[in-house]
Structures are given as structure tokens and as C-alpha cells.
Ligand binder design. Structure first.
Ligand code: ZN
Length: 247
């Protein structure tokens, strides 16, 4: 059984939930992120706040949390013409994909993460990719992940496991998962604390907006990422309210 993981940790809701899951099941956990000159560059600051808050409020996890790696991937911004790397409006392309899709992004991320995991002797790569209610990004699909797992394991002559715990759950269930993980962490008020930490400190908005505060956190409130996060939170709160009603 694997005992260590490298989490692809962008500082968003999904990757923070993955980090919590990794900390709940593995003995040694490290984190990695990439600076590809994304418009929502602020996520690279958010992730440091998330790491700090986890260490401060989840003592059972703090000791397992090891090095954080930030890799410069400016070349990805240079080769891609997308609304995440250029100052253009969000729209759907003729291909049927939104222009927030950065071709090759997750493939590069996983390859570099596998190289770091190799050097650091970490057994699992964990990523928050999701096929359920996302934008149909082909590099988030389960099949793509399985193919990458095989390619990386063959190419490095070492088993490289890719774990995708959010693949088949929607955003509401991701909020719920964070709540459950926080609850079982042993931290005081852990469920609420982890949800609160995600609301306050994670970043999802494509425009990098940290000035507008909503019930579900900071963001412009109208980009596709904000929309998804807000709707998921609404359903999560609805679910939680229903569960806590008497009878
Ligand atoms: Zn937004």
C-alpha cells in the first residue's frame, strides 16, 4: 500500500480537498504547483495561505505536510492562446470546448509532477480533475488519466499511480467531502473549519478577483469557475440544511 503522495495543489477548492484527503490517508504528503502566467495568478498566493492555515488548524495533518514545490512553466503561457493565459473574453470555441481550455496543461503538469515524485520518492500523484460537472476538458477525463498513468509508469520504469478522488463527484459532493474530511481529522470543529478555510482562502475565479466576497468565497461571481463553485455550494448548503432538519 502506498504511504506517500504528491498533490497537484493549485490553491483552489478541488485541489485543497484533494490535499485534505491525501493528509487523511498518507503518512507523507508534498505539494506542487505551476506558474504558467495564468490570469488568476493570485491562486499562487492563495495556496500559501491554505498551507499555512492547514498547519495552524489541523495539528494531526501538520506533521505529515512536507515540502511545497513551485515550478516555472512560463513556456505554457507562451505556446497557448487561451482566455486563461491571454486577456480575452470567455467563450465557446467551434470545437465545443470553452476557450479556457489550455491544451496540454494537465499532461505537462502530470509529467513534471511525476519527475518530482520520482526524485522525492513519493508513490502517488493526486489531482482534483473531474469529469462530472466540469467543462468537458479532455485532459480531465478518466481515460486520459489512465493513459497518463500507463505512459508515466512505462516511461520512468517505476509504478506511477494517479489518484483522482473527485473524478465522479459533483461540486456539491466536493464541499461535502471537505466537510467530512475536516470532521474526521480530529481537529476541533474540523468539518466547519475546513469548509471555512476553503471559503476564505482557496481561489477559483478565472479572473483572479479577490475583492468580491460571497457565501462561497471570493470571486467575480460570473465567470464559469465562479458559477460552478457557487452552484455547488448552494446545493451543498441545501443538502446540509435538509440533513440537519429534525425527523
Ligand atoms: Zn470569477
Amino acid at each position: 500500500m502506498p504511504t506517500s503522495a504528491l498533490v497537484l495543489f493549485s490553491g483552489g477548492q478541488d485541489s485543497t480537498t484533494c490535499l485534505a484527503l491525501a493528509l487523511s490517508k498518507y503518512e507523507r504528503v508534498e505539494t506542487i504547483a505551476f506558474d504558467y502566467r495564468q490570469r488568476h495568478h493570485v491562486e499562487l498566493t492563495s495556496r500559501l495561505h491554505v498551507l499555512r492555515e492547514i498547519k495552524a488548524h489541523f495539528p494531526q495533518w501538520a506533521g505529515k505536510l512536507g515540502d511545497d514545490h513551485l515550478l516555472d512553466l512560463a513556456v505554457l503561457g507562451e505556446v497557448s492562446e487561451t482566455s486563461l493565459t491571454r486577456d480575452t473574453a470567455f467563450k465557446m470555441e467551434q470545437s465545443g470546448l470553452p476557450n479556457t481550455f489550455v491544451p496540454g496543461r494537465n499532461l505537462l503538469f502530470l509529467t513534471l509532477a511525476a519527475a518530482v515524485a520520482y526524485r522525492r520518492d513519493l508513490q502517488v500523484l493526486m489531482t482534483g480533475v473531474c469529469e462530472t460537472d466540469f467543462s468537458g476538458y479532455p485532459d480531465c477525463r478518466d481515460e486520459t488519466m489512465k493513459a497518463m498513468q500507463l505512459a508515466l509508469s512505462l516511461g520512468m520504469a517505476k509504478i506511477c499511480l494517479i489518484e483522482t478522488p473527485l473524478m465522479w463527484i459533483d461540486k456539491a459532493a466536493t464541499w461535502q467531502l471537505a466537510h467530512d474530511l475536516g470532521h474526521s481529522s480530529g481537529a476541533l470543529g474540523g468539518g466547519e473549519a475546513l469548509v471555512h478555510l476553503i471559503i476564505e482562502h482557496t481561489h477559483t475565479c478565472y479572473l483572479g478577483d479577490r475583492t468580491h466576497r460571497h457565501a462561497w468565497g471570493y470571486g467575480c461571481g460570473s465567470c464559469p469557475a465562479c458559477d460552478l463553485r457557487a452552484r455547488g455550494y448552494g446545493r451543498f448548503v441545501g443538502l446540509t440544511t435538509k440533513q440537519s432538519e429534525p425527523g
